[in-house]
Unconditional design. Sequence first.
Length: 522
Amino acid sequence: MLKSPWPVLVLLLLCPIACGKADSSAKDAGNRNENVLKIDIPAPFGSLDPCSDSTSGSTSIFPLLYSFLFVPDDEGRLEPDLALRWDHDAESSSWSIQLRNDAFFHDGRPVTSRDVEYSLLRFFKNERPCVFPLIDGITRSSETSLSIRLKEGEAGFLMKIWDIPIVQDPGEASSCADNRPVGSGPFMYDYRKGEREVALAAYERYHGGRPSLDGVLFTYEPDREKSWARLLSGKTDIGGRLYPKDWEIINRIRDRFYFAASVHPYYTLLLYNTADPLFADPNVRLALALAVDRQAIVDRVLLGAGVVAIGPAGVNTPYHNPDLQPVPYDPERGMELLRQAGWAVHPDDDLLYREGRPFEFTILVFKGNAIDRRVAESIQLFLGEFGIRTHLQALPQDELMQRYGYHNDFQAVLTEFWADPRMPEIMQQLWAGMNGQGAAAGLFNDPRVNGLFDEAVQVCDLARKKELYQEIDALITSLQPGMFLFQKTRFDVMSRRFHLPQRFSFDYAGTYRLRHASLANP
């Protein structure tokens, strides 16, 4: 069990809320009966066009604003949304998809196969270029049917595309996705207040039937402590990615909330600019990993709510190399590697020097994220004991990502990358150099890694493809382009002010299922 560092006094102060005694005012009664689901999002809202922004807080809006072809249920089986039926022809490596004929965009225009083709191709080109080469072509046989041909057999292909929102083909509509986005989901765009709020209203003509909810209000709240307080006071209904200590406290009042805990499919790492002379040597990068006790960070900062990361494939995907183990905490070995690389401790200040220059660099962190800040401070302390001086610089999310996404305008950055069990191609998108340039991850570039990715793309045998991705996982881990730190346990909470007919989760598929929510006591 997680141990909360908060004193007992805090629990006593929370008791009136926990026991429901703070809900007696007329204003709170109105909040309880308001048929609008309120959701706090920890990341700022970007574009509401899913084909141009898949990294902002807007991704939490997409599953309710847009529709999909199909969506996995709690057991991982695909269930229909816009697609009524789908069939696989192994001989021709193609998928035939039959669309429903009663789905309409929020402007009243029917959803057609042209829209599906446009959405798939645009999303692949913009957001998943590593998956796009799998497609040999898309053929529309009618307004409600199409076929997707693959260059090789891929029985699990539909799981790679289910989360692509279907948007309007601009040749058929002139709506602007940012000014007033038009989807075909259960809720339609109502209004937006800059980066602070986005409101959706129930769509009367939704093909799945009008939602019981009248609307959904998304609020950007970067301070998760404030989001937690808003959840307790009834000002919001869903708080995502709660801090472990808050989870421990709120877990004691289970009768008021739904809970979801899972290993986050993103790994946190300290990414290096490998073009910087400080980090050009893989042995130096390994030495830094040996100098940091990552299990201690999981225990002390995350309060045990996470697992130590190993490599770029993640800890629970089929493409993780089973022979790999986390880099151990071994400062003596790390110091020996640094000595071999020419670094030595100066007696005057106990700092490491080489050729008269100290080992000193800046770590970029996401501004407003208290956990990231504490993780960076922990790394700072471990490296400080090692004779390495670091500085922390907090930046807004957009600026932070611009510094290292296909750029190397940084020395080191604390960030997280996706480890998707469906798509090993995401690894390629992050770590493979493309068109003679470095990879998305800070322009990292290694010819051996690039060659293995090229081979994996060409291989048709799924078993051999899996072996290649596991080999890639091992190679990148050995090169340590970043210090692989941990994968968090994700804590999400929802108020029981609403009834859910299925298990609560606040991932992409779980957000889609929120359309079934209804006011518990109308």
